[in-house]
Design a protein around this ligand. Structure first.
Ligand code: EPU
Length: 420
């Protein structure tokens, strides 16, 4: 299994390029299923999750022209050869659930393996199902598969019980081809939801209110081909800012967009990290040894749960004590035990971790347990003295392209090692 070997401590100096956002790319690719016309997407991140989705697309019969060197992808679903997302693919990537809405709306039927629980929590999809039922679909669970069918979907007023990102995206996509108006209340306001809405509108969808908690969609008969550039990844941006905050350094993050990462920037500035904006990106400078910062995760515009492990890593070497409260997922502290192996002082009480900064961390062997936990461990490994080996970095590679190379270009001693 592939690992990262990091020798620390490191200081990060130089420039790197932020890729397109994973969590915008996945729904936007799924949005392309709503039309028979060709769709052209640019700023496509080179990620395992994108590969997995394209594997699913090729099983569905989508024609795919991926060009990694230009980070572009042409997709066309002129017709469909299967309406099923199999267990093998859904279990490796829950976002496969995002084919549910588009396929149901366009073809009147879809079968998607019910995603099980995962490393960060139970993650049910009851809100997606409830919404499709209220739009007139018949949804059954057979042999572990959600089977949804409809003659046509009707617009509906849907109030989600909690803010759900892929739930909002799935409903919004389905509603584009439904008859009449759909209103989503308590909708997710994440920048990735907005990017998806912009893409759907360029295909001819009639959507308003994206970026607020009420989204209205007036169904149309047909959507058309379009071109779209994916927004830059706010979580990759935030992750590198955390790495610089913890290690110290001076780095230009090309293509980083400050508007989508508001609270993360505020928190990291409070830690003593200097973040300045120019039109091509962000310059981040830090002397290292940050001040501690407490956070509570919340839906956008609150502090992102996808940044929780990374801000915890910053606090491991801070001056003071921080409280990190996880409010979105019930089991997203798997990195805590691994961070303790590096000498971290963390006490978990329910959904709050109390982190007391240490003068130094010491390298050790640790295990990545999920995508963002891995990113937190990389940051901790960069700061720790001596050798840290992070096992199971396939988790990391689901959501970060070439993190080892990007860090090595900033002068860090990071090596990806292949060990069978
Ligand atoms: N929830 C339900 N029922 C539902 C849907 C959600 O109870 O039908 C609960 C979840 O269990 C969770 C909360 O609502 O407690 C929020 O979950 P949400 O549906 O928003 O999560 P998601 O859409 O499955 C997306 C991102 C995650 C990110 C979360 C929260 C994608 C592809 N995934 O997941 O990203 O953590 O929103 O912001 O957009 C990651 O990139 O590492 C990642 C996990």
């Amino acid at each position: 299994m592939d690992k990262y070997r990091i020798i620390g401590p490191n200081r990060l100096i130089g420039e790197l390029e932020i890729d397109g956002a994973k969590n915008a790319a996945l729904p936007i690719f799924c949005g392309s299923l709503l039309t028979s016309d060709p769709v052209f997407i640019s700023n496509v991140p080179k990620l395992k999750d994108v590969e997995t989705l394209l594997k699913l697309f090729s099983e569905l019969g989508v024609s795919i022209e991926l060009n990694s060197s230009t980070a572009t992808c042409g997709l066309q679903t002129a017709s469909i050869s299967s309406l099923e997302a199999p267990y093998e693919l859904v279990k490796t990537m829950r976002a496969s659930i995002l084919v549910l809405g588009p396929l149901l709306a366009r073809f009147g039927e879809v079968k998607v393996s019910l995603p099980g629980g995962c490393a960060i929590g139970n993650r049910p999809i009851d809100q997606h199902i409830k919404a499709f039922e209220s739009m007139g679909a018949k949804v059954t669970l057979v042999d572990g598969y959600i089977h949804a069918k409809c003659r046509k979907l009707n617009g509906s007023r849907i109030k989600n019980d909690m803010v759900t990102v892929t739930g909002t995206e799935n409903i919004m996509m389905a509603a584009c081809l439904a008859e009449g108006e759909t209103i989503i209340e308590n909708a997710a306001r994440e920048p990735e939801v907005v990017d998806l809405a912009i893409f759907l509108k360029s295909m001819g969808a009639r959507i308003s209110g994206e970026g607020t908690d009420v989204i209205s969609i007036l169904g149309v008969k047909k959507l058309f081909g379009a071109e779209h550039k994916i927004i830059s990844d706010r979580i990759e941006t935030g992750t590198f800012i955390c790495a610089i905050a913890a290690c110290g350094g001076d780095v230009f993050l090309r293509n980083a967009n400050i508007n989508s990462i508001g609270v993360t920037v505020t928190k990291l500035r409070q830690s003593g990290t200097d973040i300045s904006v120019d039109k091509e990106g962000l310059t981040v400078t830090s002397k290292g040894k940050p001040e501690s910062v407490s956070v509570k995760t919340a839906p956008f515009p609150g502090f992102a749960t996808d940044m929780q492990a990374q801000i915890m890593a910053v606090n491991l070497v801070s001056n003071g004590t921080a409280r990190i409260t996880e409010n979105i997922f019930e089991n997203r502290f798997m990195h805590v035990q691994e961070m303790k192996r590096l000498g971290a002082h963390i006490k978990v009480n329910g959904n709050t971790a109390v982190v007391t900064g240490r003068e130094r961390l010491c390298g050790a062997e640790v295990m990545a347990t999920d995508l963002r936990a891995s990113a937190g461990l990389v940051i901790a490994g960069l700061v720790a003295e001596g050798e840290t080996v992070i096992d199971r970095i396939y988790h990391l590679e689901r959501g970060y392209a070439d993190m080892d190379k990007k860090l090595a270009n900033l002068g860090a001693d990071v090596l990806r090692v292949n060990q069978c």
